[in-house]
Design a binder for this molecule. Structure first.
Ligand SMILES: Cc1cc2nc3c(=O)[nH]c(=O)nc-3n(C[C@H](O)[C@H](O)[C@H](O)COP(=O)(O)OP(=O)(O)OC[C@H]3O[C@@H](n4cnc5c(N)ncnc54)[C@H](O)[C@@H]3O)c2cc1C
Length: 435
């Protein structure tokens, strides 16, 4: 494995003449949602393993993330199994219904082309976990997620280092020597790259990606409205891209508003009054008067898929492995699946006394996750190309397609089951079982 050019291996177990005294079983570069989930999922099932997370951002940086994420039912099962859901659910809003429309911005009405009832087997209760009465997804504030993951990580004795990044690493006989940006050197059996879509660790490992930008940005903000959303999520396919209204606790909704890059920049720079006028045009009046109730932030969108997910003593998870379009709200859900699959791979290998960093062991993780990830990348890419345009022929074809799907309950059930993650071959944690 390649190291960054800044390092020089001087003798066995040393980098630039310095030796590491700090030894870990698992070192995670990137303490975002996925890095934290990997750490907690492993430690909760194998308490003797020594785990450290390093994140280059300050500890409080994540508290500025005003976003909320749609978390699918299988991921909530994992959070429940890890003892996190009880607290997270206090801030979570169940998605009880989802409607999809396809129209032009100037259209006076937006006929529903697809509707999904989200509750499986009855009404959602506050936990959503008794008698299989579960919404297929919940909206969870990202801050709540990180707060609970961090406090569980602390309780499990996982070391968390902030404001320090991974600058380079070098494979030794049976370990990786990792140099941090403060000069510290750590020694680990396995290095996990969870450092997001522009992963430096992936580059250092020499893993190439397939990547293309979409020339689209997602504008994210929060809206307060007069009437109750009743747990309904809406996705309006407009010519510039999807405009999603996602219910939060109380009379508030999170928006993921896709626009062409230049238009997004223009909208982000607008004064409040002009921005709200543009917003109203897309949001409509179904929920009464609306008011922007949070900062606006823009995210450039693209597709990034790593060609390999593993190397010797090295593994990619979350956006470092796959950055996809948020059209289906699945990026973080894929990351949770990575966390569950990697934790199971490591914990089971450790129980058998095997080397958790060996490439043969990591191969199981790669096989588990590659197909699902590429499939989701392709599906979101096709959906975005199909819907983010004003081509009249494509419009007729997709409206016909959505209309057919809406009239066939078994297709809808299948789509919901997929969104809810009812997959028998899924890792234990996603099925609500310990490893
Ligand atoms: C607008 C938008 C809406 C979305 N909505 C949804 C949704 O509803 N549902 C869903 O499932 N997904 C959604 N996603 C996707 C989701 O946000 C991402 O998939 C998720 O944030 C990925 O988490 P991560 O932990 O892999 O990476 P990140 O969240 O990017 O975290 C990476 C971490 O690594 C740290 N780091 C970076 N470099 C280094 C380094 N060298 N050393 C150490 N640390 C480093 C960073 O500080 C950061 O904390 C959305 C995405 C966007 C853009």
């Amino acid at each position: 494995m390649k190291a960054s050019s800044k390092t020089k291996k001087t003798s066995k177990g040393q980098i630039n003449g310095q030796r590491s005294d700090l030894e870990y079983d698992v070192l995670i570069g990137g303490g975002g949602y996925v890095g934290l989930s990997v750490a907690v999922a492993i430690a909760d099932n194998a308490k003797h393993l020594k785990i450290c997370i390093v994140d280059m951002a300050p500890e409080k940086a994540v508290m500025q993330d005003e976003r909320a994420s749609a978390i699918a039912a299988d991921a909530t099962r994992m959070l429940e199994q890890l003892g996190l859901w009880k607290n997270i659910s206090k801030d979570a809003q169940a998605i009880n219904e989802m409607i999809v429309t396809d129209s032009k911005l100037s259209d006076v009405t937006r006929p529903k082309f697809l509707t999904f009832g989200g509750v499986r087997g009855g009404d959602a209760n506050s936990d959503g976990f008794e008698n299989d009465k579960k919404p297929f997804a919940h909206m969870v504030p990202n801050r709540t997620l990180v707060k609970e993951l961090r406090s569980k990580a602390k309780a499990l004795g996982i070391q968390q280092i902030f404001e320090v990044g991974v600058s380079s690493f070098e494979n030794e006989d049976n370990c990786v020597l990792v140099t941090l940006s403060d000069g510290q050197i750590l020694n680990t059996k396995l290095l996990v790259a969870a450092d997001g879509v522009r992963s430096k660790l992936r580059d250092y490992a020499g893993i190439k990606t397939i990547h293309w930008p979409y020339n689209q940005w997602a504008i994210v903000t929060t809206v307060a409205h007069e009437r109750d959303h009743e747990g309904r999520a809406e996705e309006h396919f407009l010519p510039a891209g999807p405009f999603a209204i996602l219910p939060l606790k109380g009379k508030r909704s999170s928006l993921v508003w896709t626009e062409k890059e230049a238009d997004a920049k223009r909208l982000l720079a607008m004064d409040e009054f002009a921005f709200e006028l543009e917003l109203e045009q897309r949001f409509g009046h179904k929920l009464g008067d609306i008011e922007v109730d949070g900062p606006r932030k823009g995210f450039p969108l693209g597709l990034t898929l790593a060609r390999e997910f593993i190397a010797d003593r090295f593994v990619l998870v979350g956006d470092a492995a796959h950055g996809i379009h948020p059209i289906a709200g699945q990026g973080l859900n894929l990351g949770f699946k990575d966390a569950a699959a990697l934790a199971q791979t490591i914990v089971e290998a450790d129980r058998l006394g095997l080397d958790i960093g060996s490439i043969n062991i990591l191969e199981r993780y790669q096989q588990w996750r590659r197909f699902d990830t590429v499939q989701m990348g392709v599906v979101t890419d096709i959906l975005n190309r199909l819907f983010s345009n004003d081509n009249p022929i494509l419009r007729i074809a997709r409206n016909f397609g959505l209309g057919v799907v809406d009239r066939l309950p078994f297709i809808k059930d299948n789509l919901i089951s997929q969104a809810a993650g009812k997959d028998e071959s899924a890792p234990n944690l996603l099925r609500g079982k310990a490893i």
